[in-house]
Design a protein around this ligand. Structure first.
Ligand SMILES: *[C@@H]1O[C@H](CO)[C@@H](O)[C@H](O)[C@H]1NC(C)=O
Ligand SMILES: *[C@@H]1O[C@H](CO)[C@@H](O)[C@H](O)[C@H]1NC(C)=O
Ligand SMILES: *[C@@H]1O[C@H](CO)[C@@H](O)[C@H](O)[C@H]1NC(C)=O
Length: 447
């Protein structure tokens, strides 16, 4: 079912994002996808991004309830330790050289491995922390939201938002950007996602895997032969994860800490970081594949958006915060956003997925769901609060998109005037879905 149509990816957008200096031109087939994209970025930048930006600033999408204190279920919490407990504790302010604390000194112009541990340590402590400031007014409102949410019938499983440790976080106060979280602990998280949750046998080595034993000049042939041999669904799964990984890395490269002075941080694009991850030559071609997977993710998400719009068009679906006028306004904005999305004609055609023998398809779909669920649990192993917040949010968002894609019939059969057992989305699914899309869309922005 592989339908490859030649696709010229307007990657100038990424060059634009990183200061217009990078003139990468990525051309090629966007595998597994039926699309002849002329210009995703024009559509993105001028049509849908401005709308989703306004939308995600609304109170409904601004506050996200999340449990950032769940222990990592898969290995001892060395991730936390690496930042919160081990590195940060032995790092008193007084030990930080004055020259480093004061401004006008760009420590990141040096290669990372010569940067002093002390600065990294201070940086990780400050940048990875969550600002949990919430006004008393907001706190009162949240109690009201919960009453409303609880009064709704939930037919789908709730994640952990009812746990006592779940808290509301103001996403506008905690933007996703570089936090200093990197190195082995960060690799381990992504590595276990790829190694243990992407249907991959251990005997197949992923290219450029920093945690795998070095195997000389392996260019990933073995890996890609394996990938090609997979059924469409499993290949799609891998590509979505890779696309999400690329998207997150691009956010961090685009909002990098360039300079840190007295109480004043300057954030901006870091071209060198970007090249390290995506430049064709520096990554032996891996970068190009990563970027293609990013576009692939984008198309899948657009597909999910166009499918779910009938659900939100129902009058009984409201984006409740208790302020009627504001809520009406938020919903109006959301519907306008959907109308805009519908004008984009080329989406991934997932009808060819799960189209095999009935029982086989059912097993596969379930397997797919469990793998994805597992990935969201791995996010509890991310050792930096802010990274964990955004990691959880973006994986949950993609989870919602998948749920939508596989609920086509249920959405079509929704009754006009009353909620239905067939398909429902909770606040905990809607917020990360839309907010995560907002993040994905920024990836293609031009300055
Ligand atoms: C958190 O955000 C509030 C509101 O912008 C700000 O006043 C406060 O200084 C921030 N706290 C920290 C620790 O950054
Ligand atoms: C918010 O509520 C807390 C506890 O009820 C109270 O101590 C504090 O003074 C309140 N802050 C404001 C700004 O009203
Ligand atoms: C979930 O992920 C963990 C850690 O990567 C792995 O050990 C486990 O086998 C995975 N479980 C499933 C069902 O995929």
């Amino acid at each position: 079912m592989l339908r490859g149509i030649c696709l010229f990816l307007p990657l100038m957008a990424l060059g634009g994002l990183l200061g217009g200096q990078l003139h990468t031109e990525l051309t090629g087939v966007l595998d597994d996808c039926f699309c002849d994209v002329e210009s995703i970025d024009v559509f993105n930048n001028f049509k849908i991004y401005p709308r989703i930006k306004r939308l995600t600033e609304k109170d409904y999408f601004r506050y996200y309830r999340v449990n950032l204190k769940r222990p990592c279920p898969f290995w001892p919490n060395d991730g936390h330790c690496a930042i919160k407990d081990c590195h940060v504790e032995p790092c008193p302010e007084s030990q930080i050289p004055v020259g480093i604390k004061s401004g006008n000194y760009n420590k990141y112009s040096k290669p990372a491995d010569t940067a002093s541990d002390v600065t990294e340590c201070e940086q990780a402590k400050n940048l990875g922390a969550i600002n949990s400031t919430l006004s008393n007014q907001s706190k009162e409102a949240f109690a009201n939201w919960e009453k409303h949410d609880d009064a709704q019938d939930h037919f789908c499983e709730l994640d952990d938002e009812t746990a006592p440790d779940s808290e509301y976080v103001d996403l506008l106060l905690n933007p996703e950007r570089y936090t200093g979280y990197k190195g082995p602990s960060a690799w381990r998280v992504w590595n276990s996602i790829y190694e243990e949750n992407c249907f991959k046998p251990r005997s197949v080595y992923r290219p450029l895997n920093p945690l795998a034993p070095s195997r000389g000049d392996d260019d990933g042939e073995g890996f890609y032969t394996w990938l090609e041999g997979l059924c469409l669904e499993k290949r799609v799964f891998y590509r979505l994860i890779s696309g999400l990984h690329s998207s997150i890395n691009i956010h961090l490269c685009a909002e990098y800490l360039l300079n840190e002075g007295w109480g004043r941080s300057i954030w901006g694009p870091n071209l060198q970081e970007f090249r390290q991850r995506f430049d064709t030559a520096e990554t032996k071609g891996e970068g190009t594949r990563r970027l293609k997977n990013l576009y692939f993710l984008y198309l899948i998400e657009l597909r999910a958006l166009s499918k779910v719009s009938p659900y939100f068009e129902r009058a009984f679906v409201n984006l409740y915060t208790g302020n009627r006028q504001e809520d009406g306004n938020t919903k109006e904005l959301l519907l306008q956003f959907f109308d805009e999305v519908k004008t984009f004609p080329m989406h991934f055609d997932e009808k060819s997925m799960f189209a095999g023998q009935k029982i086989e398809a059912k097993i596969l779909k379930e397997e797919f769901r469990l793998h994805f669920k597992n990935i969201s649990r791995i996010m509890d192993c991310v050792g930096c609060s802010k990274c964990r917040l955004w990691g959880k949010l973006q994986t949950q968002g993609l989870g919602t998109a998948l749920k939508i894609l596989f609920s086509e019939k249920e959405i079509q059969n929704l009754p006009e005037h009353s909620p239905s057992k067939g398909f429902q989305l909770t606040r905990q699914q809607v917020v990360p879905f839309i907010k995560g899309l907002g993040r994905l869309f920024t990836t293609f922005l031009q300055p």
